[in-house]
Design a binder for this molecule. Structure first.
Ligand SMILES: O=P(O)(O)O[C@@H]1[C@@H](OP(=O)(O)O)[C@H](OP(=O)(O)O)[C@H](O)[C@H](OP(=O)(O)O)[C@H]1OP(=O)(O)O
Ligand SMILES: Nc1ncnc2c1ncn2[C@@H]1O[C@H](COP(=O)(O)OP(=O)(O)OP(=O)(O)O)[C@@H](O)[C@H]1O
Length: 491
């Protein structure tokens, strides 16, 4: 990395999650992504380097094949002067959300990933002084399990996100449940997608962020601290959507602008800007699994109005949502079917620990690793090889269920449109745009027992506290079970 780029003051905090912290360069279209760890669990430089190498390899050799060349940016590893990293860490500390400060940014190794800044359309390689709008969506799991290993019927009716909402509110992670249901977003039906996006705009949680010129203007900066002022949002967006109309204002104008935004997001999400190697890999026949979630507010509204379910129009094959869903559906057995296979691999590793590297559990994530993922058979022949393939596919699916989609928009004039640039039209303006996927770090093998436990907690909480309340018979049943009193009635 050039010396001029390593001035601490030139960088600012852009975002962070549970695993990494990202800073963006003020002039150039690049970001640095640093790993984070709990204060008492710092890793050695070699461990950090190995971890970052795995992330880059996984993006390059595996996720690019699933998602396509244009959507995935695997980045590169760079080594930075330690003085610069320490100075940067101090500079950005006040900008960090409090809820993320339980982990520290790695300042010991000097290694980081350098990536394109995806808040800008990728067709603009240089940071031109153009207004920029970026919408980041973490869509979560967009299908209902179709596996016969599922033990609770509710999992075939209500999606994990909608069930998990109740547990999250009960645990205090969020103040209110969201009406967003991933199945609506992934339906490909414009009405359902609009509803999903409107719900995200009402309750962003950690599923929606909007950046203007690289600054977060909408969404949660800290846990629970969500800004959902649509008038304020409309004020920010007005120059993008109504560049020459300075007079319109008031609630009607706010609604119009939000509608325009939703329309543009929907069109970009349905656009196909790439092809990929695994493009024709069909993980699940369309007929399997249900395409709507019974808990979705959109679905409930349809039922209330006595309307039939809207036909799911399906997603265009080339769009990023379609590719994300296909990768998510590599979870074919559900965690309930997967867990015994994980135990089989575990048992084998206990006996033959030296086999761990041959089995590529912790990498390398190369071409050979990718090839082994293509076997979609679900016929268990009792072998470790079968179990391992399913475990690795599950890890890919989990990664795709937790990734984010970044839509970058920049206004353009009609004569600026060229064939290399994708363009989306709003009523009174037009934008060049790019769609990318981020946070594609492979979920660790070790997280599988946690997934198994969490799945049980989410479903049990839902059955006991939500479904039971909707159903008086069930409700009484639970009440009786809870206090363990046997009620004797005279006959
Ligand atoms: O399990 P989930 O669905 O709650 O997802 C976790 C996310 O919570 P969410 O529900 O999106 O608010 C969670 O997001 P937050 O840190 O809560 O913003 C992480 O993305 C976590 O990934 P990792 O374990 O840190 O790699 C995610 O864990 P994984 O399950 O993807 O490992
Ligand atoms: N290449 C990029 N360009 C622009 N912004 C980025 C980029 N990579 C990450 N970000 C921003 O930084 C935030 C945190 O990054 P990321 O999602 O990779 O963190 P994480 O810790 O891996 O997340 P999680 O909590 O899901 O594990 C993102 O939500 C996004 O806003």
């Amino acid at each position: 990395m050039e010396a001029e780029k390593t001035e601490g003051n030139e960088w600012k905090h852009l975002g962070e999650g549970n695993q990494s912290l990202v800073v963006s360069h003020c002039q150039r279209c690049v970001v640095l992504r640093f790993l984070k760890s709990p204060p008492n669990q710092t890793k050695t430089s070699q461990e950090i380097l190995h971890h970052l190498q795995n992330i880059v390899d996984f993006g390059k050799h595996v996720m690019k094949q699933f998602f396509g060349e244009n959507y995935v940016h695997h980045g590169e590893i760079i080594q930075l002067p330690l003085d610069f990293v320490r100075q940067l860490c101090l500079k950005i500390q006040p900008e960090r959300p409090e809820c993320r400060c339980d982990k520290d940014m790695d300042t010991l190794s000097g290694f980081a990933m350098c990536l394109p800044n995806l808040t800008r359309p990728q067709s603009y390689r240089l940071a031109e002084h153009r207004p920029l709008l970026c919408i980041e969506i973490k869509p979560k799991c967009g299908f209902i399990p179709f596996s016969s290993h599922v033990s609770q019927e509710i999992k075939h009716k209500v999606c994990r996100y909608c069930m998990h909402q109740h547990l999250k509110v009960a645990n205090g992670k969020w103040k209110r449940p969201s009406k967003y249901c991933p199945l609506d977003l992934f339906s490909g039906n414009k009405q359902r997608m609009h509803f999903a996006l409107k719900s995200l705009l009402q309750e962003a949680q950690n599923n929606l962020k909007i950046f203007k010129n690289g600054e977060l203007i909408y969404g949660c900066k800290d846990d629970q601290d969500c800004v959902s002022d649509w008038n304020e949002l409309a004020r920010h967006l007005k120059p993008f959507f109504f560049p020459s109309n300075g007079l319109v204002s008031g609630p009607h104008c706010t609604r119009t602008i939000v509608k325009e935004l939703i329309q543009v997001i929907t069109m970009t999400l349905l656009s196909s800007t790439d092809t990929c190697r695994a493009g024709d890999m069909k993980t699940v026949p369309v007929s399997q699994g249900r395409s709507y979630c019974e808990a979705s507010a959109f679905n409930k509204e349809l039922v209330r109005n006595g309307k039939h379910k809207l036909e799911s129009s399906g997603l265009p094959r080339g769009c990023l949502l379609y590719k994300t869903l296909q990768a998510q559906m590599l979870d074919m057995l559900d965690i309930e079917g997967l867990y015994p296979l994980y135990s089989r691999v575990e048992q084998y590793l206990e006996e033959f620990p030296e086999e761990r590297s041959t089995l590529q559990i912790d990498g390398p994530y190369n071409e050979a690793f990718y090839e082994k993922l293509l076997d979609l058979s679900t016929e268990d022949d009792g072998t470790v090889a079968f179990a391992l393939t399913k475990v690795q596919q599950y890890r890919i699916a989990m990664t795709a269920k937790d990734c984010s989609i970044m839509i970058a928009l920049s206004p353009c004039l009609q004569d600026e449109c060229s064939e290399q640039r994708s363009v989306v039209l709003a009523s009174k303006s037009r934008f060049t745009f790019s769609v990318s996927v981020l946070d594609l770090d492979l979920k660790p093998y070790e997280s599988i027992p946690h997934q198994y436990k969490l799945d049980g907690e989410i479903v049990n909480y839902y059955l006991k506290n939500v479904q039971a309340k909707d159903d008086p018979v069930m409700s009484n049943l639970f009440k009786e079970n809870e206090d363990c009193t046997l009620v004797l009635h005279k006959v």
